[in-house]
Design a protein around this ligand. Structure first.
Ligand code: MEV
Length: 304
């Protein structure tokens, strides 16, 4: 029997711009998807918990693709997810990574390296997302805070692991299910086609925030990172990617003391928001008392 874990992810800065070749900063979550493989007559997948039938069908189709690429080891893979679906926390990327990792290990009898896992996971992720930038599954496969960039059309992205002086204390708040990433990305693409210069300008500005965010993280300047998150949320709103619910959650996090807060992931009509806090545990207590569904996620510091 073997098991593999694909963490969910949060995008600290740069979602959507990353689809158009700009960089993004993304970090793994402490929760994710676990895949367990046991010997079986043939290669198949099952979910530990029931899921809507459309989602199960798509999962089976995507699994078939990755099973084929992994050489169809004779195992049954059971998937268990701690991640809410369709809220922007990277559940499909985490699932793709967990499946790819467990199948490769079952086939070769040893753990595969993260680049090989990522390559297979990307094939699965494309079925879920259409034209993903690849930031979700790469962050999950690398299990590290990444500066990520992919030129549209290239078959893989490029990343650097960031060295963080001290841990990044985040609060993640879930606002509820939203339309799929595929739809939100496609609708934004249509708006960009109508007003290309305006939208290109906004994406470039988001890319610039990411560069400044990277410098702030490397300098341990949480105040500056928080301000960049606020500005990034404003630009995502300008792109039509926020909602009354997301804006209200962002303001609740700021009122609870966030140095900065923004939507994370595709956004749209629901999803999740993140806030950067000096004392995230106290903030979660306050927010929970106000009825916000949230948790603490500390991104561990790495010293060179
Ligand atoms: C989704 O987590 C992030 C987006 O930038 C889409 C992508 O990168 O593929 C909205």
């Amino acid at each position: 029997m073997s098991t593999a874990f694909g963490p969910g992810k949060v995008i600290l800065l740069g979602e959507h711009g990353v689809v158009y070749g700009h960089p993004a900063l993304a970090a793994p979550l402490c929760i994710g998807v676990t895949a367990q493989a046991v010997p079986h007559s043939h290669c198949e997948v099952e979910l530990a918990e029931p899921s809507p039938s459309g989602a199960t069908q798509l999962l089976k189709q995507a699994f078939e693709q990755v099973a084929e690429l992994a050489g169809r080891p004779a195992v049954k893979v059971t998937l268990k997810s701690e991640l809410p679906l369709s809220v922007g926390l990277g559940s499909s990327g985490a699932l793709s990574v967990a499946c790819a990792q467990v199948l490769l290990e079952a086939k070769h009898g040893r753990a595969a390296d993260s680049a090989t896992v990522g390559k297979l996971a990307f094939e699965m992720e494309k079925l879920f997302h259409g034209t993903p930038s690849g930031v979700d599954h790469t962050t999950s496969a690398e299990k590290a805070l990444l500066y990520y960039r992919r030129t549209p059309g290239e078959d893989h992205g490029h990343f650097e692991r960031l060295l963080v002086k001290s841990s990044l204390p985040l609060v993640v708040a879930i606002c509820g299910a939203r339309s799929g990433t595929k739809k939100t990305v496609a609708e934004l693409r249509s708006r960009k086609e109508i007003w290309p210069q305006r939208y290109t300008r906004l994406f470039s500005e988001i890319g610039q925030l990411v560069e400044e965010g990277r410098a702030a993280i490397e300098a341990g300047d949480l105040k500056s990172l928080g301000d960049l998150m606020n500005v990034n949320h404003g630009l995502l709103s300008a792109l039509g990617l926020s909602s009354a619910q997301l804006d209200s959650a962002v303001h609740q996090l700021r009122s609870a003391g966030a140095l900065g807060a923004k939507l994370t992931g595709a956004g749209g009509d629901g999803g999740a928001v993140i806030g950067l806090f000096e004392d995230p545990e106290a903030a979660v207590e306050t927010l929970k008392a106000a009825g916000v569904h949230c948790f603490v996620n500390r991104i561990p510091g790495v010293v060179s």
